[in-house]
Ligand binder design. Structure first.
Ligand code: SF4
Ligand code: SF4
Length: 344
């Protein structure tokens, strides 16, 4: 069965079942915002939400993680720390599913990252397709992420009184096995899905002033654009835009020893290209000294370099960087300013 259907009245029953199967994380309200957190009460799960403060990457690429234990004397081979538990991400927007796909590209590249891959192995992703814009900061249509494009185990689509479930993996199949309240989708259900998708065409439109291929081309000619100076003047280098970004993966490694200086733990923590000393190297050289250069780098990583290297845009259009920026730097505005300045 590729498409199944669950009536809305059974949703909480299914959530209870998922909660028993593995650790379950889902979007929930936090004051006037939303966060992914462990589900204690299934009634608190929100399926209509603006993107969570942090993307679910915090579960498959934690902000701080122990990599290994070491001992200097007697010398012991460093011992990798790697206990990972099964978990389910429930209600992930299509843009955040695209974020997971980007992370996969990065961490599966040789040399593969076993920490990420082992954790990812234990993960099941259940997405939900957005049927309307979350807010004015989203640019998901520009990069084609307003619709599901793989990368999930199950995708839910609201068709009124029920959700259609697209089952996209063996893991997804296993999660539905034996549940008699989840049925094979009928022809009528599939027609309802088509109507929903048709209706979306009236709602979602390219948020940039030109197609994404033009954005790529414009970036090819905009390295010295004044836009970067303008953005650099406003940026306060807090790093928030990269912390909340589902496709930012830069990290630092540090060792922490106990008071004997003999035994220690190696950690990995998120890092940000927006930090003052991120591009500093031995001898004090700094390859991206100014905030203008650092902001430019961030944008090029999303719309140019990633496309050159991986044939993929590394902006999912989630809008988090714009939503969080205290300096009012908005991705849609920046990209449109670059498009405006292109000379073609
Ligand atoms: S969130 Fe805004 S101010 Fe902070 S580093 Fe990013 S662009 Fe600069
Ligand atoms: S650059 Fe901004 S809009 Fe694009 S994926 Fe990152 S946080 Fe989301």
């Amino acid at each position: 069965m590729k498409y199944a259907v669950i009536k809305k009245e059974y949703l909480n029953k299914w959530l209870e079942h998922l909660k028993k199967s593995a650790r379950l994380y889902a979007p929930q309200k936090k004051e006037n915002l939303f966060v992914f957190r462990p589900v204690k009460d299934v009634e608190k799960v929100c399926l209509k939400y603006i993107p969570t403060i942090l993307p679910p990457k915090k579960y498959y690429f934690p902000q701080k993680e122990k990599l290994l234990k070491f001992s200097a004397s007697p010398f012991k081979t460093a011992k990798a720390i790697g206990e990972f538990e099964e978990f389910i991400l429930f209600g992930v927007h299509t843009c955040d599913i695209a974020g997971i796909q980007c992370m996969d590209v990065i961490f599966r590249e040789t040399p593969e990252d076993p920490y990420y891959l082992n954790r990812k192995d234990k993960m099941t992703a259940i997405g939900i397709e957005c049927l309307e814009y979350c807010d004015k900061y989203a640019s998901c249509t520009a990069v084609g992420n307003h619709e599901p494009r793989g990368g999930y185990d199950i995708m839910m689509v609201d068709i009124g009184g029920a959700f259609i479930l697209h089952i996209n993996s063996k893991k997804g199949e296993r999660l539905l096995k034996g549940l008699n309240y989840i049925k094979k989708a009928s022809d009528d259900d599939m027609m309802a899905l088509e109507r929903v998708r048709e209706n979306k065409k009236k709602i979602f439109n390219n948020e940039f002033t030109a197609p994404i291929q033009e954005v790529y081309r414009a970036f090819g000619k905009s390295f010295d654009s004044e836009v970067w100076q303008d953005v650099g003047k406003r940026c306060i280098a807090c790093g928030n835009c990269t912390m909340v970004c589902p496709t930012c993966y830069c990290f630092d490694i540090f060792d922490e020893t106990d008071l004997s200086f003999n035994d220690g733990i190696r950690y990995r923590i998120w890092n940000s290209c927006q930090m003052d000393d991120f591009a500093k190297v031995a001898g004090g050289e700094d390859f991206r000294k100014g905030r203008d250069a650092r902001q430019r780098h961030r944008y090029y990583r999303k719309f140019r370099y990633s496309q050159d290297k991986f044939n993929r845009y590394f902006c999912t259009g989630c809008g988090r960087c714009s939503r969080t920026c205290m300096a009012g730097i908005r991705l849609i505005e920046t990209v449109n300013s670059i498009l405006e300045g292109r000379d073609d």
